[in-house]
Ligand binder design. Structure first.
Ligand SMILES: *Cc1c(COP(=O)(O)O)cnc(C)c1O
Length: 391
């Protein structure tokens, strides 16, 4: 067979083959494995969304090709969401595009702007698609370390001048996967100024905007003055409405970037199934009570895990947002070594931090996407099998 395209060879190798194999072996032995590794909501999509889908799937008008940029009513729903939540005005005709899940747009925007050899500024650790999308488009990620001492925000001033000048896209994601960190509106204002200084396109991934706790409300990048002149924000129904399988999201903000992404999409896909857009719109237009309920569910799970880990020697502060806990591995362990140790001794899966980038080494990630009784069981097993750790 002819070899794969060079761009396929730029994809990083799958990191955790050894852990996957251990999981398979244990399952084959009949051992009960508890996974705290899955970044996918465990609860079902709410009934009011499903009911809207059932209604719309029966309408033959929805069985044809949709518009590749999304129905105007869906894009208007997104604009209404921004006005209501953030007092941000968006023109649904020109400043919003529907996406087949935000991951689709996050990958594709790279093809719209990155020429071979171009640099994108990519957070490390981070959601892998920013860097991989850059590589697939022939670009080079410049990894910005997210360090604990900086609250897991990139230090923009530490980016070398010649890199900043050459760079095309600045990728950001707050509330952050995997660190659970949050950004202030002031930080976004600095980002706008930085982007203007170096003529950068800002792509902000706001996938966890609704998963915030204890009354905290994450700001939107588009709330910063001038944000629409330099960038766009991605978001999705996936995390707030337990709709990861439905594939419906959006990008909003800068007109030119939205038009470019829409034009690219019209050539590679034909948009999201209209019935799914109607279902997504039902979520966007809903009163927020479902989201509040999920926030309480995740906050309870979060508190349980934080208390459990802290009783084993950790010293963690509960994250204000996301459904992740980002914790350092104990003294003497690598990320993978610790994950393998926990799997071997307790039958519990955690995600090694180095899967999110070189600066994730020394950390592991726990997801809050599992019911409380299983979390309690996982913590009990960890405590019995592992005892106390030193840091
Ligand atoms: C889950 C996730 C997404 C993608 O979600 P879609 O289902 O593609 O909308 C985007 N960014 C981050 C950081 C995520 O964790």
């Amino acid at each position: 067979m002819k070899p794969q395209a060079n761009r396929m060879q730029t994809l990083p190798p799958y990191l955790f083959a050894r852990i996957e194999k251990m999981i398979e072996e244990k399952k084959a032995q009949g051992i009960d494995i508890i996974s705290l590794g899955i970044g996918d909501p465990d609860r079902p999509t709410p009934d009011f969304v499903i009911d809207k889908m059932i209604e719309q799937v029966k309408n033959p008008a929805n069985h044809q090709y949709p518009s590749s940029v999304g129905m105007l009513s869906y894009r208007t729903g997104v604009a209404d969401w921004y006005r209501k939540k953030y007092q941000v005005d968006l023109d649904p005709q020109t400043e919003v595009v529907a996406l087949i899940g935000s991951k689709e747009g996050i990958a594709n925007i790279n093809y719209c702007y990155v020429n071979p050899g171009d640099i994108n500024l990519v957070p490390d650790p981070g959601y892998p698609v920013y860097g991989i999308g850059t590589l697939l488009a022939g670009g080079e990620p410049y990894y910005m370390p997210l360090l604990k001492e900086n609250g897991f925000l990139p230090d923009l001033q530490a980016i070398p001048e010649e890199v900043a000048k050459k760079a095309k896209i600045l990728w950001l994601n707050y509330p952050n996967n995997p660190t659970g960190a949050v950004a202030t509106l002031d930080f976004f204002r600095e980002v706008v100024a930085f982007a203007k200084e170096y003529d950068l396109l800002v792509c902000h991934d706001h996938a966890y905007s609704e998963l915030a706790f204890d009354g905290y409300r994450p700001p939107s990048f588009l709330q910063a003055d001038g944000a629409k002149e330099v960038g766009i924000e991605f978001n999705s129904l996936s995390k707030p409405f337990n709709m990861t399988g439905w594939r419906i999201g959006w990008a909003a903000g800068n007109k030119e970037m939205i038009e470019t992404l829409g034009r690219y999409k019209s050539n590679v896909d034909s948009g999201a199934f209209q019935a799914v857009q109607y279902a997504g719109l039902a979520g966007l237009a809903s009163d927020g009570s479902f989201i509040e309920k999920m926030q309480k569910v995740y906050a309870e799970r979060r508190d349980l895990i934080i208390a459990g880990l802290n009783s084993m020697g950790w010293n963690l502060i509960a994250p204000a947002a996301t459904f992740y806990i980002w914790a350092p591995v104990p003294k003497g362990y690598s990320s993978e070594g610790f994950a393998e140790f926990v799997l071997e001794r307790a039958g519990v899966v955690v995600t090694p931090g180095n899967g999110y980038g070189a600066h994730g080494e020394g950390y592991f990630r726990i997801s809050l996407t599992i019911e409380k009784d299983r979390i309690e069981e996982a913590l009990t097993r960890m405590k019995n099998a592992l005892g106390k750790f030193e840091f």
